[in-house]
Design a protein around this ligand. Structure first.
Ligand code: ZN
Length: 416
């Protein structure tokens, strides 16, 4: 199947794009549609690479607006954990479907996910047409005996994810160092290495996590994880707010990716953001994520990239910190080997967006600055993954049915 995009705008030039079997095979001013191609008329639209959401819990769309403005532990204990205890596998399927609709509408074509019933995330990703690095969250409450019992289930979920098709990348999702024992983390690192798959974990989100780690293990969180073999080139470390210079050097040396989650950090008032200037100076691989909807409260990477850039300027008291083009590169997954975003070039996956160039936010000025500081996800007109059109004219298939399903399920889970 060949998809041809005609009359689109790229770097101020009118261009065409042809994609065959999911890959860009031609791009430029002379590229036109051939007879028999599926044609997308992109007149007035800007062709642009998609966003990659580096850390989320997609199915938490079920808990949007449930317990906002609360302290983290109180919120988890009184709202999220009791509601999650009622979660059925089907809830996770539908919650993820809704997250995918939201991501497609705001220009994200790939996400890294960690959630309960991870095996149910895979069919939701497949049915939505996006790409995802999927993991089922692993928590043994620091009890290695419990961890031991989880092992067959962890392997079974990985095997199921491995059969979920080319758009699902199986991975492991130990929750954090304060919820998973050292023995289980060491075993998970071995499995990740054996299968050459990504491992996702929360790291240094709060200052308390660092203090507790120092007290329990005599080292800071990154050093502790490294000792267990967890930090490698396929490791995704979410948050990283309290990482110090030595930890960032270690993470850079290992090739692991740190994912910033500025909206969640500010909403939960953790007291800081990822130290981007130090992370960049250390040469660490970087990504950007929304975290779950329950702590954000949306999945719009255009909004997140603005918060990323602004929070870094604010924290460093320097407006030249994290310029727009670099913030965009991070948000597109281009600064991480494991998130592996794609560029617009021949031979790359045919994942791209068509943006409404005539929208007020994009009507004048530097294109990168407009995308970061002015635009929201609503400027996205068309979303394409592997040459397949998932949204055209802001219309995503089955969106109404998915919203209705999630609304009913959210009501059952939260009572709201
Ligand atoms: Zn998270």
């Amino acid at each position: 199947m060949t998809l041809a995009v005609t009359g689109g705008s790229l770097d101020g030039q009118v261009v065409g794009l042809r994609a065959t079997d999911g890959v860009i095979e031609a791009l430029g001013p002379d590229v036109e549609a051939d007879p028999g191609d599926d044609v997308l008329d992109a007149k007035g639209l800007l062709i642009c690479p998609p966003m990659v959401n580096g850390h989320t819990h997609a199915a938490m769309t079920l808990f949007r607006g449930f317990g906002d403005d609360m302290a983290l532990m109180e919120w988890l204990r009184t709202r999220i954990w009791p509601a999650e205890a009622k979660l059925e596998p089907d809830d996770v399927y539908w919650g993820t479907r809704l997250a995918c609709v939201e991501m497609i509408r705001s220009g994200t074509t790939k996400f890294a996910d960690m959630y309960w019933h991870g095996a149910e995330v895979a069919p939701a990703v497949r049915d939505s047409g996006v790409r995802a690095i999927v993991s089922s969250v692993i928590i043994d409450e620091l009890d290695p005996a419990k961890g031991e019992k989880l092992k067959p289930q962890v392997v079974e979920v990985l095997d199921r994810l491995a059969e979920a098709g080319p758009r699902v990348q199986p991975s492991l999702g130990p929750h954090a160092i304060y919820t998973v024992s050292a023995d289980t983390l060491r075993w998970l690192a071995e499995i990740a290495a054996e299968r050459e798959i990504p491992l996702q974990i929360h790291l240094s989100e709060t200052e308390k996590e660092v203090e507790d780690c120092l007290e329990a293990h005599g080292k800071r969180p990154a050093g502790y994880l490294d000792e267990l073999g967890v930090i490698g080139p396929r490791t995704v470390l979410a948050h990283g707010v309290w990482l110090d210079r030595h930890e960032l050097d270690l993470i850079a040396e290992r090739g692991a990716t740190v994912v910033a989650n500025p909206a969640a950090n500010m909403k939960l008032a953790v007291g800081g953001v990822l130290p981007y200037p130090q992370a960049a100076a250390a040469g660490a691989a970087l990504g950007l994520g929304t975290d779950g909807v329950s702590s954000n409260s949306n999945l719009d990477m255009f909004e997140e990239v603005k918060l990323f850039a602004l929070s870094q300027k604010y924290a460093s008291r320097d407006p030249s910190t994290l310029p727009a083009a670099e913030a965009l590169a991070v948000a597109r997954g281009l600064r991480s080997p494991v998130l592996a975003g794609n560029r617009l070039a021949v031979g790359e996956p045919a994942d791209f967006l068509l943006l409404r160039g005539s929208d007020p936010e994009l009507s004048a000025g530097d294109p990168d600055a407009d995308l970061v500081y002015a635009a929201g996800g609503s400027v996205v007109d068309t979303t394409v993954v592997a040459g397949e059109v998932l949204m055209r004219n802001r219309d995503v298939a089955d969106a109404e049915e998915i919203v209705a399903e999630v609304r009913a399920r959210a009501r059952r889970l939260t009572g709201l």
